[in-house]
Design a protein around this ligand. Structure first.
Ligand SMILES: CC(C)(COP(=O)(O)OP(=O)(O)OC[C@H]1O[C@@H](n2cnc3c(N)ncnc32)[C@H](O)[C@@H]1OP(=O)(O)O)[C@@H](O)C(=O)NCCC(=O)NCCS
Length: 232
């Protein structure tokens, strides 16, 4: 039980919660509902809960993937997902492709969403990869992976249910992520964030993340951890 305090100083109350590592479909359903609340405008959210469940299932199938979430009154009110290595967005898309087609068949108007236009290169590259793995696609991936985060934990997603944002739960999730990196005995973590997401950037900086690259497409941040050989 902690005292949950609004970072904007309005709401203070006792808050009973536990941090859970997702390991079954019901957990994924709870996390997906929270994802929709944290990212209401994202294309993935618009594809619906069955798609989001499938997308999150990827973390359970990957040996190095994980999702931690805050459970409060049988609901997920915040989550963080991670994976060791790069290209998680692409791998997730491959994994959940059929679920995306099924969702699109039920909601065909979504193909006109601006996000589809913005991400058309990413989408076509993945469709090509799925149906005709071309040498060019493979070469480009190899080039991208040459800039390697292969032994670094990627913070793939973090979100707090919108009714609970600004109360310190994001910080709890970031600390839980740190513990998971240290349990894996890895010394680096990385993430990407949109430039305009000032709230998230502020939270990452406060938790020791530093900007590695700052480009129009987004900011890459990294965090270093101290690894002690004698740690159990
Ligand atoms: C980003 C997010 C996970 C942060 O979680 P949160 O629970 O709202 O954050 P916390 O309450 O732990 O606050 C963390 C810091 O952000 C600050 N913050 C909170 N609301 C803010 C706001 N509206 N603008 C700027 N900073 C804000 C807090 O003040 C705190 O810093 P401080 O302790 O120095 O005051 C959450 O807001 C969220 O889910 N956003 C939508 C999804 C998203 O953008 N995810 C990140 C994708 S990369």
């Amino acid at each position: 039980m902690i005292q949950l305090q609004s970072t904007r100083g309005t709401d203070i109350r006792m808050f009973d919660y536990e941090i859970v590592k997702a390991d079954n479909m019901e957990h994924l359903r709870l996390v997906s509902i929270c994802f929709q609340s944290s990212f209401p405008d994202s294309f993935a959210s618009k594809l619906g809960i069955p798609y989001l469940v499938r997308m999150h299932e990827w973390f359970l199938e990957e040996p190095d993937g994980f999702i931690l979430f805050i459970r409060h009154e049988k609901q997920c009110v915040g989550f963080v997902s991670g994976y060791v290595g790069t290209s998680s967005a692409s791998a997730m898309m491959q994994f959940a492709l059929w679920a995306a087609f099924r969702s699109l068949a039920l909601r065909p108007w979504l193909v006109f969403e601006p996000e589809v236009r913005k991400r058309r290169h990413f989408i076509t590259r993945n469709l090509k990869k799925r149906f005709f793995v071309t040498r060019r696609v493979e070469e480009r991936e190899k080039e991208q992976n040459a800039y390697s985060f292969s032994d670094s934990v990627g913070l793939v997603g973090i979100g707090v249910h919108r009714e609970y944002q600004g109360k310190g739960l994001g910080s709890i999730m970031l600390r839980a992520f740190d513990q998971e990196v240290m349990l894996k005995r890895l010394s680096h973590a990385h993430l990407s964030v949109k430039r305009e997401n000032k709230r998230a950037i502020h939270a990452y900086r406060k938790h020791g993340w530093k900007v590695l690259t700052d480009k129009a497409v987004g900011i890459t941040m990294v965090k270093e951890y101290e690894c002690h050989e004698e740690d159990p």
